[in-house]
Design a protein around this ligand. Structure first.
Ligand SMILES: [Zn+2]
Length: 112
């Protein structure tokens, strides 16, 4: 399952940077074009987080829309899939947003 691997690498990244902290909130950004299902990440986060510094942490996910930049007419437009066509009809489109999965912020408890 793709999302389990993604979630495990997110948890590994947080554990590496904050080895001695108790994490209370993890803010993730999962672009709509990233191919990652937020609900599956939520499910995996609880399972994979057991016994790690993120156990019991709340997961906050924002899902930015995809953005396509057209090389033909210069427009930026909302892209619903990675092979989006520009409204002008051109397929010479670069996706510039909504394709990433980012750890936006991590909040830790200050009682440790
Ligand atoms: Zn265009």
């Amino acid at each position: 399952m793709h999302e389990l691997a993604v979630t495990e690498s997110v948890i590994a990244a947080i554990s590496t940077q904050l080895p001695d902290s108790r994490v209370v909130v993890v803010h993730l950004e999962i672009g709509r074009l990233s191919g990652v299902m937020p609900d599956a990440v939520r499910f995996c986060f609880e399972l994979a987080g057991e016994g790690t510094c993120v156990e019991g942490a709340r997961l906050d996910i924002t899902e930015p829309e995809g953005v396509g930049d057209c090389a033909a007419c210069g427009a930026s437009f909302p892209a619903r899939d990675p092979l989006a066509l520009c409204p002008c009809g051109s397929a010479d489109v670069t996706i510039s947003g909504g394709a990433d999965l980012l750890i936006k912020a991590v909040e830790v408890a200050d009682d440790v």
